[in-house]
Write a protein that binds this ligand. Structure first.
Ligand SMILES: [Fe+2]
Ligand SMILES: [Zn+2]
Length: 305
């Protein structure tokens, strides 16, 4: 550990220098939280250690500070943000629970742009009114090809990051590159894009379901919340159920905030039991929105017929 670097970091903390945000994270041993350099908290020097990466602070057991919310901080380009995710932790969570938080991967303006685009008809191939299909209440739109650059980048890069888990779950040799996987979908007649934006207003909800669009299924998908709970909307929790053989369903709620993403099982996943591995079925949905509007971006990796 270089003392000089730590001295410079400490100076930034003392100055509450927002320009240093994202460059390092200050971990306060007495409180067990980690902070942005700009945090208004006043820790003592002897209680502070520094982490170069957010994942390092979290792996060391530090929780995000409630005051400066370092977990909400997002900077750099998408590759850098995805590179900062602790993918071994994500893999462990996916294996244990069938879902994993990816933390915040979109900033406020990216979320706002995606929401603003919702009413631009030429971006989408179709609109689904959920009531008509008894899917729930609310609507969603499937993007058309070519996908907006940010959506295309998310789909390609998240695929590459998550493909090892998909291989381990299914034993299938998914290609490393999403372009090759799209060709695999095409060979099965699945050519239409599946990334979508869902829009919910008061009283809307999404019944528990699985996003299957043909025989070709990539076992993991991503949801990114674009609205802020408690501010833009209330209610509207992301709910998942896990159905084990001969058991009642287990319900799970994923805490999401604006720009935060989760990865979760589309349909089946393997689960370790006392007598070996067995398959559990997952479903996901959204509880009723009590007020406001909730937008969510869904990234599904297989295409649709
Ligand atoms: Fe879905
Ligand atoms: Zn703080």
């Amino acid at each position: 550990m270089s003392t000089t670097i730590d001295e410079m970091r400490w100076k930034a903390v003392v100055a509450r220098d927002a320009r240093a945000n994202g460059q390092f994270w200050s971990c306060v041993r007495t409180t067990g939280v980690y902070c942005l350099p700009s945090c208004a908290g006043r820790p003592k020097r002897e209680n502070v250690i520094f982490a170069a990466r957010r994942a390092d602070a979290e792996r060391a057991g530090f929780r995000p500070c409630k005051r400066c919310r370092p977990d909400r901080f997002v900077s750099g380009n998408l590759s850098e943000r995805l590179g900062a995710i602790d993918w071994s932790r994500v893999t462990t969570d996916l294996n244990q629970n069938g879902w994993a938080s990816l933390g915040r991967i979109l900033n406020d303006s990216e979320c706002a742009d995606l929401i603003d685009n919702y009413d631009t008809p030429d971006c989408y191939r179709s609109t689904v009114h959920m009531r008509r299909h008894s899917f729930g209440e609310g609507e969603y739109k499937y993007f058309s090809y070519p996908l907006p650059p940010l959506v295309a980048e998310l789909r390609t890069k998240l695929y590459a990051a998550i493909v090892p888990v998909a291989r381990a779950w299914t034993g299938q040799t998914y290609p490393a590159d999403h372009a090759d996987y799209r060709r695999q979908c095409k060979a099965k007649g699945q050519t239409r894009p599946t990334p979508l934006i869902l829009k919910y207003g008061p009283g809307d909800y999404n019944r528990l379901h699985q996003d299957l669009y043909g025989d070709e299924v990539f076992p993991i998908q991503i949801a990114i919340l674009l609205s802020q709970p408690g501010k833009d909307f209330d209610g509207g929790e992301f709910v998942m159920t896990e159905q084990s053989p001969r058991k009642q369903s287990r319900a799970m709620v994923a805490p999401l905030e604006k720009g935060f993403a989760i990865a979760f099982a589309v349909n089946e996943r393997p689960k370790e039991g006392a007598r070996g591995t067995y398959k559990v079925k997952m479903r996901h949905g959204v509880s009723e929105i009590r007020s406001g509007s909730r937008y969510c971006l869904g990234i599904i990796f297989h295409n649709a017929i």
